[in-house]
Write a protein that binds this ligand. Structure first.
Ligand SMILES: Cc1ncc(C[n+]2csc(CCO)c2C)c(N)n1
Length: 218
């Protein structure tokens, strides 16, 4: 692997913190409070809508038609997953109509701002932890699965080979694109990647704490 191994390194310590987070460990042990999982799914539904927008911006900036098609397809897929979450998990858990939490707003605003104002490379680095960290978490959890069928279903979504193939396609695009980049742009990518990885930890942690706005929205 090329530059993507440097990107992984910039978020490796954060990934380790995600792996041992009580929310993630609670999925496999089955001990995770259903209310925290419901909070996570409701927030993820907000997240996926905005993530799809960010991916479409990355798609628009891709220098090749293949890149535009790839990220456009993934944006459509993120919207489809959002609808499936509503039809599946949220119906079973009892639908919750909660506003996007401070962490969800911060993470999605970071993705949209970086995709809109940055280069293709910068947007790509910002959206990459979402793919890569979920594939690693999925792979880590899939063998142990969960005694809770609901959590087992969630784990199977991200732990399968189908999802790994999606991530591999994005890593190939990233390595190929990075070959033509200078040190300043590579440094910006490392920075955005590490930032998004931290937001991924914060997203699990916010669900675990069932984070809400300290001042209720009117
Ligand atoms: C907070 C959060 N981060 C990452 C994902 C995983 N994910 C969402 S869209 C997508 C790729 C395109 O379909 C991936 C891997 C998630 N669900 N929620």
């Amino acid at each position: 692997m090329g530059f993507t191994s440097e990107l992984w390194e910039s978020g490796a310590a954060t990934y380790e913190r995600i792996r041992v987070h009580p929310f993630v460990q609670g999925l496999t042990s089955g001990d995770l409070d259903r209310a925290a999982f419901r909070h996570y799914i409701a927030q993820d539904s907000h997240y996926l809508r905005e993530y799809a927008r960010a991916l479409n911006v990355v798609a628009a900036k891709a220098p090749t038609p293949e890149g535009t098609a790839l990220f456009g397809e993934h944006a459509t897929n993120a919207n489809a997953v959002e609808r499936a979450l509503h039809a599946g998990f949220l119906d079973e858990l009892g639908g919750v109509d909660q506003p996007a939490s401070p962490t969800t707003v911060a993470y999605t605003n970071f993705l949209l701002a970086t995709a809109h104002t940055g280069s293709f490379a910068e947007g790509l680095a910002a959206v990459l932890p979402c793919y890569w960290i979920y594939a690693r978490v999925g792979a880590d959890l899939v063998d142990r699965s969960s005694p809770d069928p609901l959590y087992a279903r969630w784990i199977a979504t991200y732990g399968g080979d189908g999802f790994q193939k999606i991530v591999d396609d994005v890593l190939t695009v990233t390595d190929r694109h990075a070959e033509g980049l200078g040190p300043a742009e590579r440094a910006a990518m490392l920075h955005h990647y590490a930032t998004a990885a931290r937001y991924e930890w914060m997203f699990w942690d916010a669900a675990h704490r069932r984070e809400t706005w300290p001042i209720p929205l009117a």
